[in-house]
Design a protein around this ligand. Structure first.
Ligand code: KG4
Ligand code: ZN
Length: 361
C-alpha cells in the first residue's frame, strides 16, 4: 500500500507551520513566524502569537498544498500539535485542524509537540534513522533512541522506544529553558532578540574560560550514585546561570568599566553547552541508548553541535542532527509523526479534542 499522505499543523508557539509528508517523504514544509512582532517585547507575547496564527494559517496552508502539489481531498489524515505550548496559540491550530478534518472528512490526530520533534528524525534525505525502504512502509527509529530537545520553550531529554507508544521523559529543565536563558542573557548584554544567534555570534570573539559561570545540578548530591540517583540526576537548571551573568554585568557597570560582552557571551555559552551535553550524554548512556537526536531552535548553535558531537563520539553514541529548518518548530514534524500513527493503525483522535498547554509526553 502507498504510504499515507498526511498534513501536519503546528501553532504551539510563534511559528505557524503546515507540513505535508507521504510516509517518510517530505513534500512541503511551509512556515510563517511572528517572531518579528515579539522583538520589541524581548520574548513571545501569547496574545500576539495567537492572532498571528489566525492571520497566517490559510496562506501557509495554501503554500504547503501548492508546494506539495496536492489538494486537501488527497490527504489521508490531518495531524495537529495539541500540546504542550501556549494555550491560545495551540487553540488556533487545533480549531483549524478540526475544521479541515470535518470539511474534508479525514481522520484527525492530535499529537504531542515534543514527540513530533523526534518524529522529524524519520524523514528521508537528512541522515534519518532507518532510511527509505522503497516499498512505502515506514522505517522505524533504532529501538534505543534518545532525543535532546532544546528551544526557547523546552529543554528535555527523552527516551524513545517507539514514537507511537513508548516515549519516556528522562530529564528536563526545572526552571528556564536553555533558549530562554540565551534570550534573557542577550537582553542583559544588549544584544537583542532572539538571543541565541546573537550570543552565538558574539561568543565567537570571546574567551569561553574568561568567567567560570555555574553548572547547576552537577554537584554530587544531585548526581548521586547508580543505586541512589540524585533527585535531579538528569535535569537542568538555568536560572542561576542567568543571575550569575547579571551579577557579572552589574559589577563592571558599578565599577564604571566596559562590559566585556564577547567574553561573557562565550563563557555563558560554554556553561550552557557544557551542562547540556554532559547531562544528555550521561542520561543516554545510563539508559543504554545508542542514538541521540538533537532538536529545537538551539540545535542551530555551533558550540552545542561541536561539543555534543565530541562527547557523543567519546561515549559511543550516534548523533543525528536534522537540518535547522526541521529542528525549529514546523508542520512537517507533526505530519511525520501523524504518518507514523496512521501507518501503525493508531485510532484517530475525537473531533472534540482540546488543546492541552501542559501536556506531558
Ligand atoms: O525551536 P524554536 O525556533 O522555538 C521555540 O522556542 O519553540 O527555538 C527558538 C530558540 C530561541 O530561544 C533562540 O534564541 C534559540 O532557539 N536559538 C539559538 C540559536 N538559534 C536560535 N540558541 C543558541 N544558539 C543559536 N544559534
Ligand atoms: Zn518546539
Amino acid at each position: 500500500p502507498e504510504a499515507p499522505l498526511v498534513l501536519g499543523i503546528e501553532t504551539s508557539c510563534d511559528e505557524t507551520g503546515v507540513g505535508i509528508v507521504r510516509g517518510t517523504e517530505l513534500l512541503a514544509n511551509a512556515v510563517s513566524s511572528s517572531m518579528e512582532e515579539h522583538v520589541r517585547f524581548g520574548g513571545v507575547i501569547p496574545e500576539i502569537a495567537a492572532r498571528a496564527h489566525l492571520e497566517a494559517f490559510l496562506p501557509t496552508l495554501r503554500r504547503a498544498l501548492t508546494t506539495a502539489g496536492v489538494e486537501l481531498d488527497d490527504v489521508d489524515a490531518v495531524a495537529v500539535t495539541a500540546g504542550p505550548g501556549l494555550a491560545g496559540a495551540l487553540m488556533v491550530g487545533v480549531s483549524a485542524a478540526k475544521g479541515l478534518a470535518l470539511a474534508a472528512d479525514k481522520p484527525l490526530y492530535g499529537v504531542n509537540h515534543l514527540v513530533a520533534h523526534v518524529g522529524v528524525g524519520l524523514l528521508e534525505g537528512q541522515g534519518s534513522a532507518g532510511g527509505a525502504d522503497g516499498d512505502g512502509a515506514a522505517p522505524t527509529l533504532p529501538p534505543r533512541t534518545g532525543a535532546l530537545l532544546v528551544s526557547g520553550g523546552h529543554t528535555e531529554i527523552l527516551r524513545v522506544g517507539s514514537l507511537t507508544d513508548d516515549v519516556e521523559l528522562l530529564g528536563a529543565t526545572i526552571d528556564d529553558a536553555a533558549g530562554e536563558a540565551y534570550d534573557k542573557v542577550a537582553r542583559l548584554l544588549g544584544l537583542g532578540y532572539p538571543g541565541g544567534p546573537a550570543i552565538d555570534r558574539a561568543a565567537a570573539d570571546g574567551d569561553p574560560a574568561a568567567f567560570r559561570f555555574p553548572r547547576a545540578l552537577t554537584m554530587p548530591k544531585f548526581v548521586g550514585t547508580a543505586e541512589d540517583p540524585g533527585k535531579h540526576r538528569h535535569d537542568w537548571s538555568f536560572s542561576g546561570l542567568k543571575t550569575a551573568v547579571a551579577r557579572a554585568v552589574e559589577q563592571f557597570e558599578a565599577a564604571g568599566r566596559e562590559v566585556p560582552t564577547a567574553d561573557i557571551a562565550a563563557s555563558f555559552q560554554e556553561a550552557v553547552v557544557d551542562v547540556l551535553t554532559a547531562k544528555a550524554v550521561r542520561a543516554a548512556t545510563e539508559h543504554g541508548l545508542t542514538t541521540l537526536l538533537l532538536g529545537g531552535g538551539v540545535a542551530a548553535n555551533r558550540r552545542l553541535r561541536e561539543l555534543l558531537a565530541q562527547r557523543c563520539a567519546a561515549a559511543g553514541l550516534e548523533l543525528r542532527i536534522p537540518p535547522v529548518s526541521l529542528c525549529t518548530d514546523n508542520g512537517a514534524m507533526v505530519a511525520a509523526l501523524g504518518a507514523q500513527l496512521v501507518a501503525a493503525g493508531v485510532a484517530p483522535s475525537a473531533l472534540d479534542i482540546g488543546a492541552d498547554s501542559s501536556q506531558a509526553v
